[in-house]
Ligand binder design. Structure first.
Ligand code: F6P
Length: 550
């Protein structure tokens, strides 16, 4: 029997198991198995994962592990770390893991040792950071460069801004970091008005150095600098680039000396570990940046060598596959109970949805399986007062990841127990729910009349049985953050393997870009001579805009 046949049989068995579980609640699964909480939890690289509050049985889990084996998961994991060209549509290796591998081992890609290349470029970047921090590198007028503006979008923005926000307690005193991404001029303008050109370092971060948003913002930032006392010569002390495209960087006017590079085997959304991490290192210091890498490396080692049954990213991914493909859940919420992780949902939206939002398999065939879910989220407890109503009582099932740190970085001692109590209460409420009988009893005990109880009771019922994972760490340190990000990166990779898709390209972002460049001249010059006829709705909207443009 081929691996494919085996895979089909396992999918059939999974469907049968899901049907068998039918009305068996998660609570009933706990009642039947006193070891469930312990058996469905594990520790790795400073993180603790409890996935016991999912509507999944031990038999289902065994089948999911078998599915992983049918999809050749152990070999595929090895292929990732070994630098195989697994991004097939772009014919590229995918080696973000090499960026944080400081163990001294080699990974060869196109005749280059990726670990060695990463280490050399990291050394260059971190000596630049030390020069800025020590004042050996100053602005053109001799003032220290205390403010950084990172101009980038997508992977050249979301990772760095998420990490800088997460590591606030590690910020170097007196340093400021801003992130400008949107092509909406207000984003840049709102930032520029807070800056002193003499103390500002602009980082133009773009893998391709062709992205419309970033290049537009970079040019406008340069014009602002030139209009605020700067000139071409002084700009050299205030602009650096992070890119793989040396030619475009040099055409923009930034020298090779002021450029920190990376390679095509680093995907944009997996690039915060590369030179794209420069704004992180400038804000929290080189040591903490290296700790971030080390935390990710600890998770890499776990993912690479742990058996699938004890492998945190693999288990998180397989539980996600169960929820997506067997339970039919198409929305997944990321809910960090840590204010400093408030950009994690946005970061994971790109990491997950740009990676696994695909409909075509590696062999070019349309997929028969549902792939990546919609990812959204918000920091707890804010989300509780916004969209949790739907999580608890809505008609759409949403799977959730609750994430938190046991110890706070804040000194306001009475806040953290309240935050943690909420972190524990919400997944419990989602799972346990509250039955009609319980609601009736509660209302009667509050002294409501029988009529009032019957009218109100149905509205206060919580169906329960809603699945979630809980991920805990001791404290939100750079190491633990690194491990958390790597956990999600690997989860996404495993799901891509199970779904048979390429998680590392992003062709789906191209069409919109093409059409925008077709529309732009019609907006700017009003010209449409010889241009393609647009659909009537877009044509009409364009006309409406033209009639009202100032
Ligand atoms: O949104 C598409 C995308 O290509 C992302 O994958 C990438 O992170 C982002 O644009 C920015 O690209 P670049 O770093 O080349 O400017």
């Amino acid at each position: 029997m081929t691996a494919e046949d085996n895979g089909r049989l396992v999918w059939d068995a999974l469907r049968e198991e899901q049907e068998r579980l039918g009305d068996v609640s998660i609570l009933a699964l706990f009642a039947d198995d006193s070891e469930r909480a312990e058996d469905f939890s594990l520790d790795a690289a400073g993180l603790h994962l409890d996935y016991s509050k999912n509507h999944v049985s031990k038999d289902a889990l065994q089948l999911l592990l078998q599915l992983g084996k049918c999809c050749d998961l152990p070999a595929r994991i090895e292929g990732l770390f070994a630098g195989e060209r697994i991004n097939t549509t772009e014919d590229r290796a995918v080696l973000h893991t090499a960026l944080r591998d400081r163990s001294g081992q080699s990974v060869w890609v196109d005749g280059v040792d990726a670990c060695l290349a990463a280490s050399a470029e990291r050394d260059r970047m971190l000596s630049f950071v030390d020069e800025v921090h020590s004042g050996r590198r100053l602005g053109a007028t001799g003032k220290p460069l205390t403010t950084v503006v990172n101009i980038g979008i997508g992977g050249s923005d979301l990772g760095p801004v998420m990490v800088v926000e997460a590591l606030r307690p590690y910020w170097i005193k007196g340093r400021r970091a801003f992130f400008v991404s949107n092509v909406d001029g207000q984003h840049l303008a709102d930032t520029l008005m807070q800056l002193d050109p003499e103390t500002t370092l602009f980082i133009v971060a773009s893998k391709t150095f062709t992205t419309q948003e970033t290049m537009t913002n970079a040019r406008s930032a340069m014009n602002w600098f030139l209009n605020h006392g700067g000139d071409q010569e002084s700009a050299k002390s205030h602009f650096v680039a992070l890119s793989t495209n040396e030619t475009a960087v040099s055409a923009f006017g930034i020298s090779a000396e002021n450029t920190f590079g990376f390679w095509d085997w680093v995907g944009g959304r997996y690039s915060l570990w590369s030179s794209i991490g420069l704004p992180i290192a400038l804000q929290v210091g080189s040591d903490h940046f290296v700790e971030l890498l080390d935390g990710a490396f600890a998770m890499d080692e776990h993912f690479r060598y742990a058996d699938l049954a004890e492998n945190m990213p693999a288990l998180l991914a397989l539980i996600g596959v169960w929820n997506r493909n067997l339970e039919g859940i198409g929305v997944h919420a990321v809910l960090p109970y840590d204010q400093h992780l408030h950009r994690l949902p946005a970061y994971l939206q790109q990491a997950d949805m740009e990676s696994n939002g695909k409909s075509v398999c590696l062999d070019g065939q349309w997929t028969a399986l549902k792939t990546g879910p919609v990812i959204f989220g918000e920091a707890g407890t804010n989300g509780q007062h916004a969209f949790y109503q739907l999580l608890h009582q809505g008609t759409e099932l949403v799977s959730c990841d609750f994430i938190g740190a046991v110890n706070s970085q804040s000194e306001m001692a009475d806040h953290h127990p309240k935050l943690l109590a909420n972190l524990l209460a919400q997944p419990r409420a989602l799972m346990c729910g509250k039955s009609l009988d319980e609601v009736r009893e509660e209302l009667f005990s509050e002294g409501l009349s029988a009529d009032a109880v019957e009218t109100l009771a149905p509205h206060k019922v919580f169906e329960g049985n809603r699945p979630s994972n809980t991920i805990l760490m001791d404290r939100l340190t750079p190491e633990n953050l690194g491990a958390l990000i790597a956990l999600y990166e690997h989860k996404i990779f495993v799901q891509g393997v199970i779904w048979g898709i390429n998680s590392f390209d992003q062709w789906g972002v191209e069409l919109g870009k093409q059409l925008a460049s077709d529309i732009l001249p019609r907006l700017v010059d009003g010209a449409s001579d010889g241009a393609t006829v647009l659909d009537p709705s877009t044509e009409q909207l364009l006309q409406w805009i033209r009639n009202r443009r100032g």
